[in-house]
Design a protein around this ligand. Sequence first.
Ligand code: ATP
Ligand code: MG
Length: 556
Amino acid sequence: MDQPSLPSHFLRQIIEDDLRTNKHQGRVITRFPPEPNGFLHIGHAKSICLNFGLARDYGGRCHLRFDDTNPGKEDPIFVASIKEDVHWLGFDWGEHLYHASDYFEELYQFAVDLIKQGKAYVCSLSAEEVRQYRGTLTEPGTNSPYRERSIEDNLDLFTRMRAGEFSEGAHILRAKIDMASPNMNMRDPALYRILHQEHQNTGDAWCIYPMYDFAHGLSDALEHITHSICTLEFADHKPLYDWILDQLQVPARPRQYEFNRLNINYTVTSKRRLKLLVDNKIVGSWSDPRMPTISGLRRRGFPPAALRDFCERIGVSRSESCVDMGLLENCVRENLDATAPRAMAVLKPLKLVIANYPDDQEDFFTLANHPKNPDMGTRQVGFSREIYIEESDFMENPSSKFFRLAPGKEVRLRGAYLITCENVVKNPDGTIKEVICTYDPASRGGDAPDGRKVKGTLHWVSAQHCVQAEIRLYDRLFMVETPGKDADFLTQINPQSLEVLPHCLLEQSLATALPEDRFQFERQGYFCADRLDHSSRRLVFNRSVTLRDSWSKITG
Ligand code: ATP
Ligand code: MG
């Protein structure tokens, strides 16, 4: 397929070569194979974009396959979340939804076939003994005393394993390959183990379960996968992948290719660690907006197109690397800058009274929803004698570089009027109660009638025309670039990763925002109505990202 604009990488080259040489009868069939033992994270997004993206670009298809061979750790909740996340990212498996467990009967028959060929045997060593016999990286292993069991005995024992006659750990089925192989994966690896556990898909139908390495390649073959793309840690398993497929009569011969997994600084991309964050209640759930899970990023307000853009930009290679979190945040910023309507929200309100503005008067200003995109329309923003500005936009004793509001100074209220600060009213404890200003009625819209220079422009909301909201400010979950490197990662949590502001004031137009609607709150950043907690009765917004990269070393 001629698509010169596609970024080229080694996997595209392999596929294009295969198409040219007609290796798989011109087909490209990939799969995304998550184990349903947790929620998907941003690393999985890379794999999803890669597998579904390659299938799309080369006119093929991509299967969603649940690699469900560990019944104890898997859960239908995870299955549902994975499907939702893949769809949300913008990909669709159509009718090609599978489970490794769909093939348990076929896999069993493949195992029987290996036994009949004398290439698999039932081993009755304990787990500890199996470990001892395996040898080390520098020493060869030792053959199991059960390695030469007769084919008849093996078939009999394997049948009885399936029938539930034995307890867990009594026997395993092993491939008979080479206990002296320099590759530990080839030292008679386990193919089946006994587990008296219910399975999320097959219930109590089985009490023996295939090992990942046995199930994976054969599932690929049964689905006629052409390119089985996985992360680099599986490179050592490839000889076993090939060995299994080469011994058996399989309907297709897939090939495994490895690429570099995605690591991002200031977070963790491992389901095991993410589960610890949930289990230790460091975050609220797998979908907490601070989590690098797809559902967490979604709730935070990251658009799916920004995640796809990010996965495209980081590229694919065979060398391990760590990507800067700032890159992901920048993809989000770029996307939202173009797509998010603007609005005004005051996060830490300070009351401001306009002394010469009549009590019974109100104004409505027509503001553009987007500075560069007239198609996004306009909205009416109400104005009255009492307004609120951001606490930090006023200083009683300003420094010379402070261009916002201060006694005697004039500023612009965005899209409304120019105002001058006349007075400050204090509470008994000395804190500021309100600021008294006057406005220039001739400056309607915010422009000085005589062209005088006014440097500061503030966002504001009118007391009569605003709604209250809770705003949640999120920051990076970890204080250190590489969590877990110098200490237990659970001790490196950023204590400021969440700040809740319960009494924010937003312009009235935001009262009708729906969950997951995204906005730029002027001068504050990009925000998203919370997917779970936001409703018309209780407005809750999450900050997705700040307007600029506050973590960047260059600008910081
Ligand atoms: P984890 O290490 O987080 O538990 P996993 O590899 O065990 O992840 P699976 O559900 O087995 O999770 O992964 C499904 C697919 O996603 C696999 O093909 C795997 O290679 C890929 N994948 C997992 N983590 C990453 C990552 N960080 N970057 C790219 N691909 C990944
Ligand atoms: Mg895995």
